[in-house]
Design a protein around this ligand. Sequence first.
Ligand code: ARG
Length: 459
Amino acid sequence: MKLWEGRFDAPTAADADAFNESLSFDKKLWRADITASVAHVTMLGKSGILTEEESETIRAGLHAIYEDIERGALVIQGAEDIHSFVENELVARVGQVGKKLHTARSRNDQVATDMRLYVRASADKAMALIKDLIGALLARAKESVGYVMPGFTHLRKAQPINCAQYFNAYSEMFLRDLDRFAALRKRMNVMPLGSAALAGTSWPIDREVTRTLLGFDEMSQNSLDAVSDRDFVAEYLFAASLAMAHLSRLCEDTILYTSDEFGYWNIPDAYSTGSSIMPQKKNPDICELVRGKTGRAYGHLMGILTTIKGIPLAYNKDMQEDKEPFFDTEKTLFDCLSIYTAIVRTLTLNVNAMFEAAGGGYATATDVADYLAKRGIPFRDAHAVTGKLVRYCIEKGKTLPSLSLEEFRAASPVFEADILKTVTTRASAEGRNSVGGSSTEAAKAGIASIKKRLKKYPV
Ligand code: ARG
């Protein structure tokens, strides 16, 4: 039965029904819908809009529906949307009194409330998964404080870095994601219920009762805005998109670093795939898929922004289009965070290969220039002297650490014996002791700082 058929002479066409329906996807909201209805009907009883007995009958009916769906005894089907489904089922179970549930309420404030309850829980889950991922990155960082690896700019070896500093860099990104979810969760925790269709209601409702029951921090202060605000969906999709961007960068590093050409890490067999034709192949499909799925999240973000941009006040059916992009993004984000946490936990690091690679590409040239500059040579001149030394190495097929003191002194008399220590891979990484830098001390401080900030976000 349609909730609105009283005004109509003829039934809607089958294709119109199929086009209009949302049950096929909004059935995911069933828990939120019943929870919100239980709160609403409790409030109706307390405010004297329904008798306590009516309220209790409806509440018991809703609880029974909840339990039946939960244990698979009731299948969600055969209605326009989840709100109609629950109400039809309620009336079938408790009789005429069930029709009083929708007093002082509209599907417009109902769906806005359901969506907020759902997205709020989803933000909590996203935060828990991001925390898991940061936990995995922290464990890798702890294990690698003594390891040196190449740091890149323009994908050319730039300077040796601490492997822990590398993992910490991703923790920093995901900490910001965590903070974004926490912030949007706080901002969205405002209850629209009680706004009714658009203008509020003449019934003597007590919104404070429903607000408390549903765990909202505040109640909305404008009914027109409350029924038509989907900012929180857009914010969630943005936070998810940026988290996916960070995951995608980590995927790209993983794909490069596990290639034969780099050989810094290995993905274990359990998270690798093969080729149907090339027997030798071990492919990073999972990383590629996470990188690829980032496009889905971005697409959904653009979708919701475009959907909401031209909607006149207040509710319009366009808003039904918030759900599928949201559900798909949520699943994508959760799947990608979970699988990548497993990959981070199980990667193996080729410590020697990373160290060897870190010494290539004249990666300690900045240390040579800094050495001169610290002894009074203007940095620009020190840069030029070092550039010439690099050219000398290229011509002679040498590396900077392999040069003799005489070769250094031929380039500048300022060099003393200690340049030979300064120019090594490890000394280079260890020398950068600035906050957030590549020294062991700085990397350890980075770990401690991440752990401390992580504690701010209870799961
Ligand atoms: N399925 C609808 C949605 O997602 C529910 C609200 C319907 N409201 C209405 N006035 N037709 O937005």
